[in-house]
Design a protein around this ligand. Structure first.
Ligand code: ZN
Length: 487
């Protein structure tokens, strides 16, 4: 049995100012794929382990992924899909394909780009070829994707720490399908909700009991998979919002019935989907008044993993204004990192930091400080953290002491937009998080896996930006205006 594996992944934010181009993608070719992924917690690592478990031959093709930002340019999408299809042409006879897609990719010419990818593959291979797809929990699902994939498996955790298990599950489903042991049939239900990202934490209500029901259902005979996607509210696409996908063995009615039941459960919680989150001033004040430290502030508006710039200054301005002590904040600012590098360790610098990507993420601020350390920016995460990655590089990074002898805080200025999914983003530059008072993590739910273990408390902050917690329906063009929260 020969099964091809590939990945093409991007979470595209319709409200981000910067498009995602071919140059933004990290690509691993057929000969690099296995060595790059096998020791990670990603779904592709699950595919690789699944091949051993199920005894099939792996045919690696290509993987391409980029840090979330604006929609893909036409050129980026067509080039990468073209490379995937060319790899399939050259792969020789295949029995199936395992495909890691995000589920919230938007290209400038296709709002649901992942569905377009599956459609092209289905057209290429014909109606019966097994194509099992895995998706991120933040997928926005159109019906066509569920119809054209043989089966779809979605992460069950947010922060995402179960990708490897989902890859294993997909590998098992494809192998059993090829062997003729099972016949996956799927049903999709989409409750008319937005389901704000604030409520996406799978460890607390309202999502936790829903996910628990999905996990229970998966143990039922005849059910092959049961997934809930929270959706991704920053992609302005027709099928934005949560989804429930049930895959049953040869029984379409069972899949439909169970998906509808879970859909009703989700709909019944609609009154719980309100949000009341403090703004920057109140959040900094609450952090400073805390009895135990460190307090981590989650900067929702500058959620890098959700496509924001990474150089927002709203919280920095507030930390400086209120005279907070012992804070640490990472800002993507290659020019300032370069300036610090040229000045050298120990030098006093006058910097203009942040707010350089666009006008959504606050003004550029003047900051004086001393260059404390300089780093080349690579770090490794061996624990299971959001995204399942292991090797990271934030580029040239400068740590600047802001505020003179009575240190107020540390600015970490990096050169590659890097989401705070690993605490080693700051430990690798010599910062001990347990000895700080306020840590700023530019994210919503994802950083929790890295920051909960070192924090006395986390405070969610409603900041402006490309990933601000709530948007008026008038800002959307394609999303359904019938969603409950917008009525
Ligand atoms: Zn996600």
């Amino acid at each position: 049995m020969r099964i091809a594996i590939a990945g093409f992944s991007h979470e595209s934010n319709s409200f981000a100012s910067q498009p995602t181009t071919l140059e933004n993608f990290g690509v691993h070719t057929a000969d690099q794929l296995i060595s790059h992924y096998q020791d990670t917690f990603s779904e592709i690592a699950g595919y690789i382990a699944g091949a051993r478990e199920q005894g099939f031959e792996l045919v690696p093709l290509i993987s391409a992924s980029a840090t979330p930002a604006g929609p893909l340019t036409r050129q980026a999408y067509e080039e990468l899909v073209g490379r995937l299809l060319a790899g399939l042409e050259q792969a020789g006879p295949l029995d199936g394909l395992l495909l890691a897609l995000h589920g919230a990719m938007v290209a400038e010419h296709f709002p649901h780009a992942d569905a377009e990818t599956v459609h092209r593959l289905r057209t290429h291979f014909g109606p019966t070829f097994p194509i099992v797809v895995t998706h991120d929990y933040h997928a926005n699902l159109p019906p066509s994707l569920v119809e054209e994939a043989t089966a779809l498996i979605i992460y069950k955790t947010n922060p995402h720490i179960d990708q490897r298990e989902r890859g294993l599950q997909a590998a098992s489903i494809i192998a059993r399908t090829v062997r003729g042991e099972i016949r996956p049939l799927s049903a999709l239900v989409k409750p008319e909700l937005l389901f704000n990202i604030y409520h996406h934490n799978t460890s607390r209500p309202p999502m936790q009991p829903l996910m628990q029901a999905a996990i229970e259902l998966e143990k039922t005979p005849g059910i092959l998979a049961c997934s809930i996607a929270g959706g991704y509210q920053y992609a302005d696409v027709p099928h934005m919002g949560p989804s429930i996908v049930v895959v049953a063995d040869g029984d379409q009615a069972l899949a439909q019935r169970e998906a509808a039941r879970l859909g009703e459960m989700m709909w019944a919680r609609r009154e719980e989907l309100k949000t009341a989150v403090p703004g920057p001033a109140a959040a900094v004040q609450a952090a400073m008044a805390s009895e135990h430290f460190p307090v981590t502030l989650l900067d929702f508006g500058d959620n890098i993993g959700g496509g924001s710039a990474g150089d927002s200054t709203f919280l920095l301005a507030e930390l400086l204004r209120q005279g907070a002590q012992g804070w640490v904040m990472t800002i993507w600012d290659p020019a300032s990192a370069q300036q610090c590098s040229q000045a050298g360790i120990g030098a006093q610098v006058a910097l203009r930091v942040g707010g350089k990507t666009d006008t959504l993420h606050g003004p550029t601020l003047s900051v004086h400080g001393r260059v404390r350390t300089l780093h080349e920016g690579s770090y490794e995460e061996r624990e299971r953290r959001h995204g399942g990655g292991r090797y990271f590089n934030q580029g040239l990074t400068a740590v600047v002491d802001v505020g003179g002898p009575e240190r107020r805080g540390l600015l970490v200025l990096n050169s590659v937009r890097s989401y705070p999914n690993s605490i080693h983003q700051i430990t690798c530059v010599g910062i001990q998080p347990q000895h700080q008072q306020i840590l700023v993590a530019k994210g919503a739910v994802a950083p929790r896996a890295a920051y909960e273990p070192v924090s006395a408390r986390l405070i969610e902050v409603d900041t402006p930006g490309a990933t601000t917690i709530g948007r008026a329906p008038a800002e959307y063009k394609l999303a359904r205006k019938t969603l409950y929260e917008w009525r």
